[in-house]
Design a protein around this ligand. Sequence first.
Ligand code: BDR
Ligand code: CA
Length: 312
Amino acid sequence: PYKIIIDTDPGQDDAVAILLALASPEDVEVLGITAVAGNAPLPWTEKNARRVCELAGRPDVKVYAGCDRPMVRLLHTAPEVHGDTGLDGPVLPEPTMPLQAQHAVDFIIETVMREEPGTVTLCPLGPLTNVARALVKEPAISARLRQIVLMGGAQMEGGNSTPCAEFNIYVDPHAADIVFKSGVPIVMFPLDVTHQVLTARRHMDRIQAVGNRVAQATYEMLDFYQRYDEHKYGTDGGPLHDPCVIAWLIRPGIFEGKTVNVEIETGSPLTTGQTVIDRWNTTGRPRNATVMLKADSDAFFDLLVERLKRFG
Ligand code: BDR
Ligand code: CA
């Protein structure tokens, strides 16, 4: 299995990504979960990460709190999408499992320096603040990481925070810039692909039919989460962004992409947070990221439903 660290700002779609990972021990070994400020402030995201672990019956998973604000900009959250708690929808109890004392950035560094070189995969599902801070604090991790598989960015699809910028990159573009310049191989899931994975009614019915407690909570999370997109854009369901990252580690054939150069805009008032994707290699700059562009949404939901059935 891939050894992974999930860096996250739960977030209903983050929560589903965590559940998918914890249900798939033969494919991914979760070394730890690091929380970052994003969809909600850090006190919520770290608590939500623990709530989700307990929901999965895994209070043994180590959860670390990281950065409570972006590197340069002020924190911008998304209560209109995720609710004030970041995880509105199901009623989940206060977590009783502990938050680890170590800072998330130090956990990332220590883990990558301890494990065999080329074995640890980082899975960022929120703003890239923790990951960038780790790369700055201990540059030696960049050569030791296997890869970074992240959700963020947009090209043809346009942004969801501004016309050009997707939320995770928009919240901390300076961190994203550091990550994309780090030399670590990147696999990126932009809105172009995640908007193909919608929680359509037929998929929601299958999730609810699973019938166990985790599937029911997943249904309630997504039922809340999809309202934003359904009301705003009239779609059948909301985009399941973050679980694409974990699904790719389990079944890469669900997705298709292209390896290209990606740079991050950090300076322009108009386009800050844009992922400038050189799809046709117009610049000749090094190809630093595999950008996913297509998803087989039925195959994705087959996998999710199959894994949700594993929870007792
Ligand atoms: C990303 O932003 C958050 O709202 C989601 O959790 C996802 O990581 C999508 O733009
Ligand atoms: Ca997220």
